[in-house]
Design a protein around this ligand. Sequence first.
Ligand SMILES: Cc1cc2nc3c(=O)[nH]c(=O)nc-3n(C[C@H](O)[C@H](O)[C@H](O)COP(=O)(O)OP(=O)(O)OC[C@H]3O[C@@H](n4cnc5c(N)ncnc54)[C@H](O)[C@@H]3O)c2cc1C
Length: 462
Amino acid sequence: MDKQITKKMEEIVGKDWVVTNSKDIESYIKDETEEAIAPKPCFDCIVVKPTTTEEISQIMTYANNENVTVVVRGGGTGCAGAAVPIKPSVILSTERMNKILEIDDNNMMVECEAGVTLFDLEEEFNKHDSLFFPVHPGDEGAQVGGMIVQNAGGVRAVRHGVMRNHVKGMEIVLPTGEVIKTGGKLIKDNTGYDLTHLMIGSEGTLGIITKAYLKLYPKSSNSGSLLISFEDKKAAIEVVPKILKKGITPLAIEYLERQFMEKSADDLGLEWPAKKGKVDLYFILDEKKQDDLYEVSEKIVEECEKNGAVGSLIAETYKEQRAILEIRSHGYPSVQAQVVDILDVCVPIGSINDYMDGIERLSKKYDAYIPSFGHVGDGNIHNFIITEDGTKPENYDELSQEIFEIAVGLGGTITAEHGVGKIRNSRLNIQYSEKHLDILRGIKKVFDPNNILNPDTGITIQ
Ligand SMILES: Cc1cc2nc3c(=O)[nH]c(=O)nc-3n(C[C@H](O)[C@H](O)[C@H](O)COP(=O)(O)OP(=O)(O)OC[C@H]3O[C@@H](n4cnc5c(N)ncnc54)[C@H](O)[C@@H]3O)c2cc1C
């Protein structure tokens, strides 16, 4: 990295907050993308750790004038290589911008800096007597800024949706260094094009979020978990829209293949509580009154039994609920060494079984084990492409291409949560026309005329 750039960064944020030592930089150039498909990181980088919007504005003004590439780094928990620098870059870490600025009870909003982690938010609202923030992707190291630009979802999306449903405003430093503000503590705002929503899901390519207003919700204090077992995988999937149509909206509905959960439990020295059947639906419930919790549980069990469920189990105590959640959350880490790619497609809920038929056909065609697991209540089942040692199989490109084509053919998307990042850019044309891609490129050019902010992420500009 050019010494002039390092010197300028030291002037802006102070010498102590510029990392130039390659050993320390190492942990900033990777994210949680599977190694077999992760972008090749560039080591010729420095890490800068500002604490104010003004410092970030100065960094971007300089970078834009001098044509220096900048990659923002949140918690580094992304799964699509978006935060990985692939050319010499200034890595701008938001880790020191970690203040929760205000919890406004009356307006039911929290104002916080972008580097606040999900863990920090959870801690804060565990202490709060009546309000909480609902979005919860699986890694609590994720930061608010990263969650916004990735439009994060997670298990609670069945009831609460994704980040897009809860971000009401933000402060943004543009790639050219100017600062703009969007929205606020507002429920309604119809003034002009909606830049708040353009930033949500922009994968760190249009601007740097420095602050955000997030909507809060009243807590319900009666939670419970249900595990309902099925012999037939299709029957388990079929029952999901039937439950939702009844007006029952659990926090989460997860599809868990038994083999997978037993492996995860084994790994943790625990036991998966369901024994009958081959697959489980895992419902997380959260109701205002204890009676409501029982009533909703009964209705779900009844509907599942009508659809062929062979067993059901209600976890009421904190310990029982925690154990199931822990095993579910460990599902991915328990096979991580063998995973080549976690696919993240989404299809309409009513088409999940058609999608799964496609997966079964491809498993046979490519002689591949492609287990499925995840957010069945949102149509967002994660499929794992797995090999014995996690190395990319020769037919990976064709296999994944066919999976994406099946999803898009059913009216779905190639990525529901993880984003395009730097690993799925070449697949965008499966979903979008050339005109659509042109509009995306045009938007990027308006925000970032010199293409200095996280280039080659999401959409590539020549
Ligand atoms: C075990 C595990 C489970 C997960 N489960 C889920 C899940 O259930 N649902 C889900 O949606 N995701 C999930 N994820 C993915 C990941 O946690 C989310 O994508 C998260 O939102 C990333 O946030 P981050 O702060 O780590 O971002 P990073 O990985 O640091 O960065 C991601 C992108 O955001 C940009 N960025 C970061 N901060 C800012 C900012 N302030 N301004 C502008 N751009 C910024 C970066 O430049 C990069 O392009 C999971 C990941 C792991 C490892």
